[in-house]
Design a protein around this ligand. Structure first.
Ligand SMILES: [Zn+2]
Length: 113
């Protein structure tokens, strides 16, 4: 499967996923184990500016990325594992897995259909 063959749940998720890591909100795949794990990443700084940002020595602590695990699409409500579990190759062709060292949380119950 190529990135062009991914069948997206909606334009909001497609936009947030395909844009890749950048300043603002990104949707990312964080685990390819079943059920798939997705998250929203919130970045205050463009990745290309991280070295300059770190060198700026702010007088307070801050986070360079914040993560919110998502099970359902925040734009249309689609179950993300159900929608994308057969499309991993297309998603990973767009961006490699992005992980932030999180504990292994249980996913939603899977249908046995
Ligand atoms: Zn959606």
């Amino acid at each position: 499967m190529t990135p062009n063959e991914v069948r997206w749940c909606c334009i909001g998720f497609k936009s947030a996923y395909t844009i890749g890591p950048h300043r603002g909100v990104n949707a990312v795949l964080t685990s390819r184990k079943q059920p798939l794990r997705f998250a929203l990443h919130f970045r205050p700084v463009e990745p290309r500016d991280l070295d300059a940002f770190r060198a700026s020595r702010l007088p307070f602590e801050t986070s360079l990325v914040s993560e919110m695990v998502i099970v359902y699409c925040p734009w249309c409500g689609e179950d993300l594992d159900k929608k994308y579990h057969k499309q991993i190759a297309g998603l990973e062709a767009l961006h490699p897995l992005v992980t932030l060292e999180l504990p292994d949380l249980p996913g939603p119950p899977r249908s046995t259909e």
